[in-house]
Design a protein around this ligand. Structure first.
Ligand code: HEM
Length: 257
């Protein structure tokens, strides 16, 4: 079905099937009830909303596979990055000189706002004015001793202490960059986490006491990871959403009405 829908897109790109499958799984999971939000909210005012959003997301992925990751991160940052407001209220989409877009975790790295605009336009087109809410190295450059030595050497070659390319990038999920699967956790077990916050989940003292067993379990079972991922995304998306008269349905995602 996804493939058929993607033929409707105008742009041409390369899509990794497993990523699409993952997205569809994620999508289906949205039918599960949340504690406060309702998936039936637009049942009367915009029954096509899921179909329209889904088609636009698939089109965006066809154009740029990475966009799946970027949209997922935007959702996370909407819920957690707190400048003017907190919670999953679409505040990350607002433009402005003191907006969350310019907060350190987002500046120059959050992406996908134009895709949100396109999705919003498609939804508005279908249903007028209804939908709106929609490592390794420390600062002194010493190497984390828990990091796999060959990976450490690779990263040092990519980012030497002087004379390197400031725009060089390294994959967050090496050897499985464009697939959404449990490979990230396999990397951690091999002590190959890119960020300190990744590596620490399995290899730090704090991680030993808290997250290590989970990393081990997810590295052994893709289905356990997918099940827990779905539940945790639903849980995260329920953090302080604005409900009823506490919020508003924006006509333009970038500005309040
Ligand atoms: C709180 C601990 C976390 C830290 C310190 C962290 C840090 C980062 C950093 C530094 C990047 C790279 C940004 C760049 O390319 O410039 C990144 C990317 C990313 N993060 Fe996180 N993150 C955290 C938690 C999460 C969570 C909980 C999620 C998912 C819900 C997430 C999803 C992503 C995704 C999908 C990307 C790739 C985005 C893209 O390629 O456009 N992160 N993160």
């Amino acid at each position: 079905e996804s493939e058929r829908e993607m033929k409707d897109c105008e742009s041409v790109g390369n899509v990794v099937p497993s990523l699409i499958t993952a997205l569809v799984v994620l999508w289906l999971s949205m039918g599960v009830c949340r504690s406060q939000l309702s998936t039936n909210f637009y049942a009367n005012s915009c029954p096509a909303v899921f179909t329209v959003v889904r088609r636009q997301v698939l089109c965006a992925l066809k154009n740029d596979t990475r966009m799946a990751a970027s949209l997922l991160r935007l959702h996370f940052h909407d819920c957690f990055v707190n400048v003017s407001s907190s919670g999953c209220d679409g505040s990350v989409l607002l433009d402005g000189s003191d907006s969350e877009k310019l907060a350190a975790p987002n500046r120059n790295s959050a992406r996908g706002f134009d895709v949100i605009d396109t999705i919003k336009a498609a939804v508005e087109n279908a249903c007028n004015a209804t939908v709106g809410r929609l490592n390794g190295f420390s600062e002194d450059a010493s190497v984390d001793p828990t990091l796999d030595p060959s990976m450490a050497a690779e990263l040092q070659a990519l980012c030497p202490q002087s004379g390197g390319d400031g725009n060089a990038t390294a994959p967050l999920d090496r050897n499985s960059t464009y697939a959404f699967d449990n490979h990230y956790f396999k990397n951690l077990v091999e002590q190959k986490g890119l960020l300190s916050s990744d590596q620490g989940l399995f290899s730090s003292d704090d991680g030993e006491a808290t997250t290590k067993a989970l990393v081990q379990a997810y590295s052994n079972s893709g289905s356990l990871f997918f099940r827990d991922f779905v539940n945790s995304m639903i849980k995260m998306g329920s953090i302080s959403p604005l409900i009823g008269s506490a919020g508003e349905i924006r006509r333009n995602c970038r500005v309040v009405n």
